[in-house]
Every structure is written in structure tokens, then in C-alpha cells.
Design a binder for this molecule. Structure first.
Ligand code: SUG
Length: 440
């Protein structure tokens, strides 16, 4: 087995970050609709989180912001002429569409793709499938640009297989790694992949939308050449979705042998754990950590984002570290739970809090902001190097953000063609720093 690292690729928050209220079923997005956003602060917070993990000795990468506004969406809706003419007409005739075209939602890189490391794939390649994100209009426009970015970063076809998104139909609806957990003894060893879905093909649901379909999860497992015996499909509970867990990663996170989840996360918890144990047989012993509803009500889990934390193996620490949002510290039940948990002798030994409030107010915690890519040393050395983080790279990106991003955006700003120019200029500078100018 070759040495492998879990590399976190975080989405660099784009200059058009705003509170659009566009994600039905995502309580934070609905609650903060129309509030003033601060894209500069958002991007700086995200970059500080990357710096923290880099300094802790972890491998950290960056995914670039996508071009916004997305003029293809406006053109699909019949708007034409110059960029300024399209924006002005859309602002008048279809403001909701203009908002979708401007969304910076690609920052939530956990939704960019589903990733299977080469240790799990029969063909020995690292597989990435871009998510179609077909449930929400503003997110469904991400995947062509996401695929292009992934192809630029993971170029070598002998090592990496980048798959385009699944068909844009509800039966195939796919939200990427937010509904996928990989467990293993160590990153480079073969693992078990858990796919969590909320809906079967053809099934209609009431209440909040179930964004991940079983067919999508099964299709990805096949395309990634995963072993049938090491793959588990489990259903997300309707109670969790209706409480606001629009993705499984709002109520569950896993790393190495540990699965940390809320009591109400799964439709059949015992069945899911039994399947996982069987799939892990001979590889590792599963360490489940279930948080009871009686200790942390699901409503608190969702507003505090206890589970939308990064569960990390930090160099030099025996037990795992939970990198949680500040909101988890500010919520009594989750803070108390964390204190009890680390005082015990379970697999999670420390909780560290980070400020990602700008993202949180749209329903994105620390875990939403990153896509985990387990890479061998050779794979890491063979991907596009300019997206890998160093302190100097963070400094350079923060300088661009400080200079080119606004510190205040409201929906009326989207109607101003000058804002589109600013967004383009900022992105071009960031792309240059990331050696990805070909994506401009
Ligand atoms: O898809 N919010 C995102 C949040 C995604 C969080 N990702 C994970 N849990 N992995 C979503 O609902 C809100 C955008 C707005 O309303 O402006 C939004 O898209």
C-alpha cells in the first residue's frame, strides 16, 4: 500500500457571494434571504480555514470560483445582446433568474463531485464525478464549469478519471460528496464507501426535497468501478430532511473508522450499521458515534451544524479532531455534547471551532466548503500544483480578494453591469494565481 493523504480542496468563495434565499429546504438560506452579504469577509474566512489546516500539516488544495453571472443561463432564457444588455433586461424581466446566474454556490465544494480514491477502484484510478445538482436551479448550472476545473487539475487520464455529470433528471439527482462517506483503516488502504440517498427513482416525496437519488448513487458506484461488497447504500430519514437536513452531511460525518451521526439521520440506523460492518469485514472495525436526540435535538444539530464539521486526523494527535463552526460552540446542547465527548475515551479527542459565518448564513459549514480527495504521493505530485496551498499562496489570494471584492452586496447590486465586470476581473486575477487562466 502506498502512502496516501486526504487532501481537502476548498471552494474559493467568489466575489458575488450573496443571500438569495434560493434553496428550499435549507433553513439558513431561507432565513437570511435578502440580507447584506460581505463577499470579501466570506472569502477571507474561507482562506483562513485553509491556512489553519495547512499550518497543522494537512494537505490543502483550492477549487476556483466559477464565472458569474452565468451568461449561458441568461442566454437559455432568451436574453441576448451585450453583457450589459442581458443583465439589464434580466434584472427587469426575470430578477430571480439573474440571482441564480450570480450565485456563488460553487463555494460548497462538498457538492462539486463524488470522489473515490484509487485504492477503492478496480481500475486503480482516482475517480471524480461532477454532481448535476439538478434539484436547485442556481446549483444545476455549476457542473459544466466544475468539470472543466477538475479536468484542468486532474489531467492525467492514466491516473485520474473525471466523469461528467449524470443526466439532469430527478431520477438521477446528485449532490456529490455531501451524501457520501468513505471509511477505512488508513487513507491509502481499500475502504468502504457509504452512499446516502433520500429518494428512489420515480418516487415523489412530500415536504422538503430529497436531493440525492438512489439511482444517482448506484450509477456513480458503477462508474467508479467500486467493489460491490465494499459499497453500502443507506436511506436518509425523511424526518431529518424535513427538519432541514437537505444533505446527509448536515447530520453525519465520517473519517477513517469513525462514523459520527445523529440518531435521526438514517431511516434504518441498525440496518445501515450492520451493512457497514459487513462491508468493512477484514478491513477495519467500525467505530460508530451516535448522538442521541435526547442530548442534541435535531433542530439544534441543524442550526449549529455540529455534524457539518471536518473530522480530521491531525499529525501528532492520537484521536480525531472535529473542526466545527463557531455556531456549535454558541449552542448550549452541542457545546455541552462536545465537552462530554472529548472528556470520554471515544475516537474524537478534540473539537476546534472556526469562523465561517458568511458561508453558514447560506447553510454551508466547514465540511460543505471542502471536497475530500484521497491521493497517493504519486497522484499528488501529478495533479496541477498551483492549486496546492502554501502560506504565500494564501497571502497572495487574500491580497487579491482584499483589493477586488466588495464588502457589501445586496440583490439590487446584481442589476448593475459594473458589478459583473468587477466579478470577472477578480476571478481572472485569482485564476492567474492558481495557474488556471485557461478557464477564464
Ligand atoms: O445547496 N446553499 C447551499 C448550501 C450547500 C451546503 N453544502 C453541503 N451541506 N454540503 C445549498 O443549499 C444557498 C444559496 C442562496 O440562497 O443564495 C445555497 O445554495
Amino acid at each position: 500500500m502506498s502512502t496516501a493523504y486526504e487532501v481537502n480542496f476548498d471552494g474559493l468563495i467568489g466575489p458575488s457571494h450573496n443571500y438569495g434565499g434560493m434553496s428550499h429546504g435549507n433553513l439558513a438560506s431561507s432565513k437570511n434571504e435578502g440580507d447584506v452579504s460581505n463577499p470579501r469577509e466570506a472569502a477571507l474566512q474561507g482562506l483562513e480555514k485553509m491556512r489553519l489546516l495547512h499550518r497543522a500539516g494537512l494537505k490543502q488544495g483550492i477549487l476556483p470560483p466559477l464565472p458569474r453571472p452565468n451568461f449561458d443561463l441568461l442566454a437559455s432564457a432568451g436574453f441576448g445582446g451585450s453583457d450589459a444588455a442581458m443583465i439589464e433586461a434580466a434584472a427587469q424581466q426575470a430578477p430571480a433568474l439573474l440571482k441564480a446566474a450570480y450565485s456563488a454556490s460553487a463555494m460548497w465544494a462538498a457538492n462539486a463531485a463524488t470522489v473515490s480514491p484509487s485504492a477503492d477502484a478496480a481500475d486503480g484510478r482516482l475517480h471524480l464525478t461532477s454532481a448535476n445538482l439538478s434539484t436547485m436551479l442556481h446549483r444545476s448550472i455549476e457542473h459544466p464549469d466544475t468539470t472543466a476545473a477538475l479536468l484542468s487539475i486532474f489531467e492525467r487520464e492514466d491516473m485520474f478519471a473525471v466523469h461528467g455529470a449524470l443526466p439532469p433528471h430527478a431520477d438521477f439527482s446528485d449532490e456529490g460528496a455531501a451524501n457520501h462517506v468513505r471509511l477505512c483503516a488508513e487513507h491509502g488502504a481499500p475502504g468502504v464507501e457509504l452512499f446516502v440517498y433520500g429518494r428512489e427513482p420515480g418516487e415523489s416525496t412530500v415536504g422538503f426535497p430529497a436531493r440525492q437519488s438512489l439511482l444517482a448513487s448506484q450509477s456513480i458506484a458503477r462508474a467508479h468501478a467500486l467493489s460491490h461488497d465494499r459499497t453500502v447504500f443507506a436511506r436518509q430519514s425523511t424526518a431529518a430532511i424535513d427538519a432541514g437536513a437537505f444533505h446527509n452531511d448536515v447530520v453525519c460525518v465520517g473519517a477513517l473508522e469513525t462514523l459520527f451521526f445523529h440518531e435521526l439521520a438514517f431511516e434504518d440506523t441498525d440496518g445501515m450499521l450492520e451493512q457497514l460492518r459487513r462491508a468493512a469485514d477484514g478491513l477495519f472495525e467500525l467505530k460508530p458515534v451516535m448522538v442521541p436526540e435526547a442530548e442534541v435535538p435535531i433542530g439544534d444539530a441543524i442550526t449549529s451544524y455540529l455534524f457539518n464539521s471536518q473530522l480530521l486526523q491531525m499529525p501528532g494527535e492520537d484521536r480525531l479532531v472535529l473542526l466545527a463552526p463557531l455556531e456549535t460552540q454558541e449552542t448550549d446542547s452541542t457545546r455541552n455534547f462536545c465537552e462530554r465527548m472529548v472528556a470520554g475515551n471515544g475516537p474524537i479527542g478534540r473539537v476546534q471551532y472556526v469562523d465561517v459565518r458568511q458561508s453558514m448564513r447560506n447553510g454551508g459549514g466547514p465540511a460543505c466548503l471542502r471536497l475530500r480527495v484521497v491521493m497517493t504521493e504519486v497522484e499528488l505530485a501529478s495533479c496541477h500544483q498551483d492549486v496546492l496551498v502554501s502560506d504565500e499562496k494564501i497571502d497572495a489570494l487574500q491580497a487579491i480578494v482584499s483589493e477586488t471584492y466588495r464588502d457589501r452586496v445586496v440583490s439590487a447590486d446584481l442589476a448593475d453591469p459594473a458589478f459583473a465586470d468587477e466579478c470577472r476581473t477578480a476571478r481572472e486575477q485569482l485564476l492567474e494565481e492558481l495557474g488556471l487562466s485557461s478557464l477564464a
